[in-house]
Design a protein around this ligand. Structure first.
Ligand code: IVH
Length: 670
């Protein structure tokens, strides 16, 4: 088969596998096999740019092109729904429909109210051609490139699935709880402001300038409104079922109700069980099922008369504020924390809550001893949302002292500063404030950075206190004999620590860049910058404009990088790291190929053409992983002379291919 035909075949297969995986939840191949096919496709597409297809499954991986959003007018305005928190309003809605339909029987379709941001998807000739946000209802942002990275949204519909060639479907883009928690944990590690809830996170992500960032954050989408007269299906429920058949993600929990009681049953069930759903929902949407009846009921200026949203009340608790303490982070950011009497809120005991910043404390006019209301933002992070000021008089207790933000660092005593336009307060003493120094080292050794697993935060703390390390470059001066002794570290673990530090010298440049802890430079941005500039030397020379030319880098990041690289002590630190052997450029070989991506390879025996160490490097340079022992996960064994019989036996038992040196090199064409 020629390469062009193979591209078409791979695209078809990958679309099918995406469908099996994301919609049917029934993959027929392993993730590894999927990655292999995807890499094959991407390699072939690179070789044949004339075969470019905006809807190839490879666009899911995200493009490196940066984009600004163009505003587009909606085909028909995207209206919102009438909202209510009251059950009486639901009864009134039901009665209004009954009156409006003059006694004709009707059904109400009950569904989840997804808490994300609405999106309109336009398909032309079975292809996704445009995705637009709600915007002001009349015009929205064209976010097509970003939406294409959402794997549950079909890019290409099968022509024989029964769907019209051209139609519009609307729904909600969401960040699943799992992705949200992961993202916030990453942001916490970087001391960036956390997203208060998945909706804000989804919205921030969808507006990102880099679709690679979007792809990394794993958004999802549920569709709930199929539009168009060419679809011959007279009910909303029926249309949802069709959309599901065509390959869209549609909630499985849609139900038809025939009375107000059935509606309340649905509402009460989901008020409790919504916590088991993978995405955030904040209520229930009720829609008249028959489209013909919908038409008769019509619209008001703002919303349809045939639908209403019932919103769940957020759970609240009340407790007493006892103390406000302050934490100093790696970047020097000061976080005020409210310490309260323990209280039960939505299933967990809460006694501490972040107060975020000085302005929030002022807004709340907090006093020690205040009765405060707590809610869980996005159902997980407890937040003080108000103060019961009446309780101040009722309890007759004297009003405690007003909480005012500290003026000096609780750790090093330096006067604190606030930069214009920023909500956070900082301790500026980044050369000597202990939590900042320790925090930077902890970040440097963390898994996504230099991955020095043998060192943990406690060990860093102990070495810091013993005066062995002050900054990350000191790590590379440590000797085994420095480490054993005082804190009881045995020779073996001392050796392991030194080995781990030594090993980190192989960590690729993009992770070194992330490890430096430059403000606003997360993993994805660091990768983009590393690949764009290729070396620290080039990055040192980069102007703001050069930085802005890099995908995912805006004004804030560009100026942060520039400031960091202009500071004398950072220049010295980077020089010391470089002298110690830490990677300061992308090795050509690092980019050799992705032929072994997703594969785990075990090396056994001795070889003629390259040493074992060299083979290890070749595997890594081509995207593979080297493992020491054989398991089910092993892709193949690279066997030389004298491979142990027990290894051979195990490989044969697990059916793992054994290949020799020549075959391996032929595979890579080296
Ligand atoms: S139907 C013409 N169904 O809630 C009716 N909306 O103000 C179109 N939403 O902007 C909307 N889940 O973003 C509908 N199952 C659902 C929904 C839903 C969430 C959002 C949508 C809309 C807002 C209502």
């Amino acid at each position: 088969m020629d390469e062009k035909a193979r591209i078409l075949q791979l695209r078809k297969e990958l679309h099918q596998h995406n469908y099996n995986y994301y919609i049917l939840n029934a993959p027929t191949i392993t993730d590894q096999e999927f990655d292999m096919l995807m890499h094959e496709l991407m390699d072939l597409e690179r070789k044949h740019p004339e075969m470019a297809d905006a809807n190839s499954p490879s666009v899911r991986v995200g493009s490196d092109l940066s984009q600004d959003f163009v505003q587009v007018e909606h085909t028909t305005p995207m209206l919102s729904l009438g909202n209510t928190y009251s059950r009486t309003d639901v009864e009134d809605f039901y009665n209004r429909i009954r009156e409006g339909l003059q006694g004709e029987p009707f059904e109400i379709c009950c569904e989840q109210k997804f808490d994300g941001l609405s999106i309109s998807l336009i398909y032309e000739n079975y292809k996704l051609v445009r995705a637009v946000t709600r915007g002001d209802g009349v015009r929205g942002d064209d976010v097509t490139a970003n939406v294409k990275t959402i794997r549950t949204i079909p890019l290409q519909l099968p022509e024989d699935c029964g769907c019209p060639a051209n139609f519009e479907i609307r729904g909600e883009v969401l960040m699943p709880w799992q992705s949200f928690e992961k993202l916030n944990a990453e942001r916490e590690a970087r001391e960036e402001q956390l997203f208060a809830n998945p909706r804000n996170a989804a919205s921030g992500t969808l507006k990102s300038k880099s679709s690679a960032v979007v792809a990394h954050r794993h958004l999802d989408a549920y569709l709930y409104y199929v539009m168009g007269d060419s679809i011959h299906e007279p009910t909303h429920f029926g249309r949802l079922a069709k959309a599901r058949q065509w390959g869209f993600k549609v909630s499985d929990h849609v139900k038809l109700a025939h009375s107000v009681d059935e509606i309340f049953e649905y509402i009460d069930y989901w008020d409790v069980h919504r916590r088991e759903l993978p995405v955030a929902t904040d209520g229930i949407v009720l829609k008249v099922n028959s489209l013909q009846q919908q038409q008769r009921l019509g619209f008001t200026a703002k919303s349809p008369r045939w639908a209403i949203a019932y919103k769940f009340k957020a759970e609240r608790a009340c407790t007493t504020l006892r103390e406000v303490t302050y934490q100093v982070g790696r970047t020097g950011a000061i976080t005020p924390v409210a310490n309260m009497d323990p209280v039960l809120l939505a299933g967990t005991i809460v006694k501490r809550a972040s107060l975020h910043n000085e302005d929030i404390i002022k807004q709340l006019d907090l006093h020690i001893g205040d009765h405060v209301y707590l809610e869980k933002a996005g159902e997980i992070i407890p937040q003080i949302v108000g103060v019961n000021t009446e309780a101040r008089q009722q309890t007759g207790e004297a009003l405690g002292p007003k909480v005012s933000f500290i003026t000096h660092c609780p750790e090093c005593g330096s006067p604190l500063v606030r930069y214009p336009g920023e909500a956070a307060t900082y301790c500026p003493n980044d050369t000597a404030c202990p939590p900042q120094l320790k925090g930077r080292i902890e970040h440097f050794i963390s898994r996504d950075a230099m991955n020095i697993e043998s060192l943990g935060p406690e060990t860093v703390d102990a070495y810091f206190e013993r005066g062995l390390i002050h900054d990350v470059a000191d790590l590379y001066q440590l000797k085994v004999q420095d480490l054993w002794g005082e804190d009881g570290t045995k020779a073996r673990s001392a050796n392991k620590i030194i080995e781990g530090i030594e090993e980190s010298k192989k960590v690729p440049f993009e992770r070194v860049l992330f490890a430096l802890g430059i403000r606003f430079v997360g993993k994805v941005v660091a990768k983009g910058i590393a690949r764009h500039f290729k070396s620290m030397e080039a990055l040192f020379k980069a102007s703001i404009d050069d930085l802005l030319a890099c995908d995912g880098v805006g004004e804030v990041i560009a100026s942060s990088v520039r400031t960091f690289l202009r500071e004398e002590r950072n220049i010295t630190l980077i020089k010391r790291l470089s002298d110690a052997g830490v990677q300061m450029c992308i090795e050509e070989k690092e980019m050799a190929s992705t032929l072994l991506a997703g594969m785990t390879i075990v090396i056994s025996g001795t070889f003629e053409q390259h040493s074992r160490e060299e083979y290890k490097k070749i595997i890594e340079d081509n995207g593979g992983k080297n493992a020491t022992s054989i398991s089910k996960k092993t892709s193949f064994i690279l066997a030389g002379e004298g491979m142990g019989p027990s290894k051979r036996e195990k490989a044969e038992k697990l059916g793992i291919p054994i290949i020799n040196e020549t075959e391996f090199l032929a595979k890579l064409e080296v």
